[in-house]
Design a protein around this ligand. Structure first.
Ligand code: DGY
Length: 320
């Protein structure tokens, strides 16, 4: 009987994923569920053939240069791969995969929650109720911004951007988007294409970010671009914290240039930005865009499908 490949699961993934992984691999679990440190990743690379990390495990060029040649594949349990130096991993001959598609709906749902919550004062309303501070009502009380019929600007019309557009159509939103390439009419479904982010910003009542974090998109939404947004617009970010200049966002919120923001991603994770906490019109969640039971199972299974293909000598579906 051939020996099973050894697989390290640095984080606690879904029970169904662990069960399937244990059936087909010699699995090393991390019962503490703490993020894999560079030293752990390096030490573990000499003991395993494969790893299934999340975005919390960082494969920097330095870490990759110290990986043991035993490690053959990094099958990410994430769609984002900004935690991996792909060039360094390729140079080392390590195969890298991710888990696209399966988290698009869950992430789009969360973008909708953030957009609605930011637009309708969810943080303040919740606080008033919890603290017993709700003591009056008038037609001018907690008046928010209507989502139905408003114009939604989407930056990055990949799978998640398109899933969000589909949900936003249910709110009769007028969809505009910026993407490196224009979608086919079949995918565009009547959305208005903008060749530059500059032309999208002044028309959007709500701006939602759905592009990957790369060296080109760091601080994509900076002070200059926030100034170009509509007065009273609302920014939503379920992609990566790296995309937004957080100091500029704070200024835009303080000056009321932006009415609100809905954020699931921050420059510092875990932890977020404590300066945002004083502003109830910043509705925040702790990077849980893909955190549903169905999606976690699907992500784990997709990562395992990639591993299975690799160890069967086939090309993994999500080879990067
Ligand atoms: C992803 O898959 O990139 C999500 O952000 C969770 O890691």
């Amino acid at each position: 009987m051939t020996e099973k490949p050894v697989l390290w699961l640095p984080r606690r993934v879904s029970d169904a994923t662990v069960e399937r992984a244990c059936r087909d691999y010699e699995v090393i679990l991390n019962d503490d569920d703490t993020p894999g440190t560079p030293d752990e990743i390096i030490a573990m690379s000499a003991k395993v053939d494969a790893m299934m990390p999340c975005h919390s495990e960082h494969f920097s060029a330095d870490v990759v240069s110290r990986l043991d040649p035993r490690l053959k594949i990094v099958a990410n349990h994430s769609v984002g791969v900004d935690h991996c130096d792909l060039q360094a991993l390729a140079a080392k001959g390590i195969v890298v995969t991710n888990t696209p598609d399966v988290l698009s709906d869950a992430t789009a749902e969360l973008a909708m929650l953030l957009m609605l919550g930011a637009a309708r004062h969810a943080v303040r309303g919740d606080r008033l109720m919890r603290t017993g501070a709700w003591d009056s009502w008038s037609p001018s009380f907690m008046v928010g911004k209507q989502v139905t019929g408003a114009r939604l600007g989407i930056v990055g019309m990949g799978r998640v951007g398109r899933a969000f557009a589909e949900k936003a159509r249910g709110f009769d939103m007028d969809i505009h988007y910026f993407n490196r390439t224009r979608l086919s009419p079949y995918q565009e479904l009547g959305a208005t294409y903008h060749e530059s982010i500059e032309s999208l910003l002044p028309v959007a009542d709500f701006l939602s970010l759905h592009c990957p974090a790369t060296s080109d998109t760091t601080n994509l939404i900076n002070a200059e671009r926030m100034a170009a947004m509509r007065d009273g617009a609302i920014l939503v970010n379920t992609a990566r914290g790296a995309l937004v200049d957080e100091d500029a966002l704070l200024q835009a919120i303080k000056s009321e240039k932006l009415a609100a923001a809905g954020l699931d991603c921050f420059k510092t994770e875990p932890g977020g930005n404590p300066k945002f906490a004083d502003h109830e019109n910043i509705f925040m969640l702790p990077h849980i865009g893909s955190a549903t039971t169905k999606t976690r199972d699907a992500m784990g299974f997709r990562a395992l499908d990639n591993l299975d293909a690799f160890f069967a000598g086939k090309k993994p579906r999500d080879l990067l």
